[in-house]
Design a protein around this ligand. Structure first.
Ligand SMILES: NC(=O)c1ccc[n+]([C@@H]2O[C@H](COP(=O)([O-])OP(=O)(O)OC[C@H]3O[C@@H](n4cnc5c(N)ncnc54)[C@H](OP(=O)(O)O)[C@@H]3O)[C@@H](O)[C@H]2O)c1
Length: 316
């Protein structure tokens, strides 16, 4: 791909979008464009179509979405379904109309059925009921995958979907009301350390197993997908290895330097026992994750320490 190719990164201020932006810049791509949600509300079809008419991007990477945890999904099911469909539909349809040559859609592992066998293969899509707590978000993402697949089938264009596992890294959300498990643990252990190593209380038994990918690795996967033509429409992106939540907590505790107790509140739900991506399809295509969990958590904690003054309160 030519380094002057005009690449529009939707959601370039988010954790994922900003990592993709940095990765592309590092690789020498010099014609990147991005808009904040204030400058361009992707839910608005007219605004998005006008933006495409004016800017004429060659490539579009969709890292824009309304994201959130179980609480936010449960409280605002309509917004999670509708806003995500609006954002991706406007981006995908405007890209098709504007003859965008390559489109990369980002979803998440929640698109797969709750009871699907582990590790999760791309083929398990639409083979069973979804996890109810985030099915609104998942249904929206599934329609995005299918829209890209339909364009590929009907128009022969290189529109693909990448499904990352749980991500973490710089620009993550450390607000305990809305954050995911890994940044929430960093925040809890850090705060407890500053408060005289008081005990840290964590939800559940610690037994569930999860997989985590450093966001800069995902950005590398996106660059790889940009620079190579894939044979198929849907690819999982992860490390292919998992660990228990208890092991994760101990790793974060060690990295943060908290010398206190961990209390497991087993009255709180554990969630799905295991969630691991099968990443063999992406590996066959030629891409593999590089950053180990210990190294990734260390970098993330360093970023947290340098940037914690600037955290904004996140509204659900
Ligand atoms: N975080 C994870 O663990 C994870 C895991 C798997 C997949 N993913 C996927 O990665 C993608 C990005 O996630 P993220 O973690 O980077 O989220 P994030 O940090 O919350 O960023 C989301 C981005 O979307 C933009 N956005 C939201 N609503 C918009 C609107 N109406 N108009 C224009 N822009 C809008 C935001 O723009 P502003 O900042 O300008 O408001 C922001 O830059 C999502 O598709 C998500 O499913 C994330």
């Amino acid at each position: 791909m030519n380094k002057n190719t005009k690449i529009y990164i939707a959601g370039h201020r988010g954790m994922v979008g900003s990592a993709i932006w940095r990765a592309l810049e590092t690789k020498g791509y010099s014609n990147l464009i991005g808009q904040s949600s204030k400058e361009l509300d992707l839910r608005n079809q007219n605004s998005v179509e006008n933006f495409f008419k004016n800017e004429k991007p060659d490539v579009v990477i969709d890292a824009a979405a309304r994201v959130g945890g179980i609480l936010a999904n449960n409280t605002y099911p309509y917004q999670f379904l509708m806003e995500n469909m609006q954002i991706q539909n406007n981006l995908i349809n405007s890209s098709l109309k504007a003859d965008v040559e390559k489109f990369i859609f980002l979803g998440s592992s929640c698109i797969y059925p709750k009871m699907a066998p582990q590790p999760l293969k791309e083929d398990y899509l639409l083979t069973g009921p979804l996890e109810p707590t985030n099915e609104w978000y998942a249904v929206a993402k599934i329609t995005g995958v299918k829209a890209c697949e339909a364009i590929r089938k009907q128009f022969g264009k290189d529109y693909i979907s990448l499904m990352p596992t749980n991500l973490y890294g710089p620009y993550d959300n450390f607000d305990l009301k809305t954050s995911h498990v890994l940044p929430a643990m960093i925040r809890k252990f850090h705060d407890a350390k500053l408060n005289g190593n008081i005990p840290v209380e964590l939800w559940g038994s610690g037994a569930p197993m999860r997989e985590f990918l450093y966001v800069e690795d995902l950005a590398e996967a996106v660059v790889f997908a940009l620079e190579n033509e894939f044979q198929d429409n849907l690819y999982n992106v992860g490390t292919g290895t998992d660990l228990t939540i208890k092991e994760l907590a101990e790793l974060i505790q060690k990295t943060v330097g908290h010398n206190g107790e961990i209390l497991w509140d087993s009255t709180k739900p554990d969630g799905t026992p295991r969630k691991l991506m099968d990443v063999s399809k992406m590996e066959k295509a030629g891409w593999k994750a590089k950053v180990g969990l210990e190294e990734g958590i260390k970098s993330t904690y360093e970023w947290f320490l340098e940037n914690q003054e600037n955290f904004k309160e996140v509204k659900i």
